[in-house]
Design a protein around this ligand. Structure first.
Ligand code: TYD
Length: 203
């Protein structure tokens, strides 16, 4: 199988975490060994990042975040993603490089954040869960968890637009990126995710 490293992307509230778990089960049922992971990662930089994102005082400023996400990505690749790929797993990451290209481009511009991330392995397939920012915000509010700094409607809209730029960039680099309609029920979205993965596996 060529498609071994899959990244799931999208704005906050677009359902990535749920779809990663369902896709993993689907691939396992087809006989794949699957490892699921996420960014920010479970490593030391990732843990620091999650805390920084939840800090109401925002002592780690937006201008610092691109470097932390890149540092976490280096650690995540070396410590977790590459070893799992090398021992034959299919790796599915809930967010990866394209999250930085979208979110951090709002602070430093797409060219600079792309340069900062230039040496990281691209996913074999990126699925971009596409959902209206207002619907995403409703879902986030319904979860009732503390919100991080990106979870306000204007930010969701800005990141949604930024992902459009990321799609253009990724395709210009010859990456396989599929936009998936993330509206409707969990099962409906899962069916669309599976269709996109199936097509990539056959390619
Ligand atoms: P998220 O997946 O929302 O984590 P959780 O659901 O556990 O809170 O990720 C945390 C936030 O980090 C999210 O708002 C997106 C943001 N983020 C970036 O800004 N850049 C990145 O490179 C990554 C991986 C995430």
């Amino acid at each position: 199988m060529q498609t071994r490293f899959i990244a799931i992307e999208g704005i906050d509230g677009s359902g990535g975490t749920t779809q990663v778990a369902l896709l993993a089960r689907w691939l396992e049922a087809r006989g794949q060994r699957v490892h699921t992971t996420a960014e920010p990662s479970a490593g030391p930089v990732g843990r620091f990042l999650r805390e920084a994102l939840r800090d109401p005082q925002q002592r780690v400023g937006d201008a610092v975040l691109p470097y932390l996400f890149a540092a976490d990505r280096r650690d995540h690749l070396d410590r977790e993603i590459m070893p799992r790929l090398e021992d034959g797993h299919c790796v599915i990451s809930d967010r990866y490089l394209h999250s930085s290209l979208a979110y951090q481009s709002l602070v430093m511009g797409l060219a600079a954040v792309s340069e900062l991330n230039a040496r990281f392995r691209a996913p074999d397939l990126t699925l971009l869960l596409d959902l209206d920012p207002e619907v995403c915000l409703q879902r986030i509010l319904a979860r009732g968890e503390p919100r991080d700094r990106f979870e306000a409607l204007d930010r969701l809209r800005a990141v949604h637009d930024a992902y459009d730029g990321v799609v253009v960039l990724a395709r210009s680099r010859g990456e396989r990126l599929v936009r998936v309609d993330a509206s409707g029920s969990v099962d409906q979205v899962h069916a669309r995710v599976v269709a996109a993965v199936d097509e990539a596996l056959l390619a």
